[in-house]
Design a protein around this ligand. Structure first.
Ligand code: URA
Length: 198
């Protein structure tokens, strides 16, 4: 039942809040467990909190988050209807890429979250999210893996570009939109009429 899921997710967030398993706890302001629906069609998974997320304790609330919000809306969803989280729950100093050790100790939190959420689809945003979910995949570049369905614990995974990358490479937005349309198709949802996807 949804109430049980909410309670289970809260319990994980509390453990994350107290976590000191890697050095990132020393430099974080707040932990960022991820937030949204406890029974979502879609779970969006990013890399790690940035400065805005670290300050607010919420995933994807900075500039990349604003673009993610537009992507979610373009799909006909609201942020509250999906789950939004990250591979890593604490901000790496200077937004560096998380180390393999940090990813290894932090990933079990996301694994537990996904086991509770049981989303119909996972959208992985960027290389770190993809590699965190599928560490054994012979990953080369995002351009090679994006748009091709993968599977995590039986849940379909659609890899696409990270919104922060899309802010720098506007020309890739049409590829990302293709990937999100494939997700809608898989969910049996119509593609909403295009307003302004910029
Ligand atoms: N980038 C991410 O990967 N995650 C966030 O929460 C914010 C920016």
């Amino acid at each position: 039942p949804p109430a049980d899921r909410d309670a289970a997710l809260k319990a994980i967030a509390e453990r994350v809040r107290a976590c000191v398993q890697c050095p990132l706890h020393k430099t974080r302001t707040q932990t960022v467990p991820g937030q949204g629906s406890a029974s979502p069609d879609i779970a969006f998974v990013g890399e790690a909190p940035g400065a805005d997320e670290d300050r607010q304790g919420l995933a994807f609330v900075g500039r990349a988050g604003q673009l993610l919000t537009k992507m979610i809306k373009a799909m006909g969803y609201t942020r509250e209807e999906v789950f939004i989280g990250n591979i890593i729950k604490c901000r790496p100093p200077d937004n560096r890429v998380p180390s393999p050790e940090e990813m290894a100790v932090c990933f079990p939190y996301l694994r537990e979250q996904l086991a509770i959420l049981r989303p119909k689809v996972i959208v992985s945003l960027g290389a770190t999210a993809f590699q965190g979910l599928l560490p054994n995949f012979p990953f080369k570049t995002m351009s090679q893996v994006r748009g091709q369905w993968q599977s995590y614990e039986g849940i379909p995974v659609m890899p696409t570009f990270h919104p922060a990358y899309l802010l720098r490479q506007e020309s890739k937005k049409k590829d990302a939109w293709q990937d999100l349309q494939a997700v809608l198709k898989r969910l049996g949802k119509p593609v909403p009429p295009v307003q302004n996807k910029s």
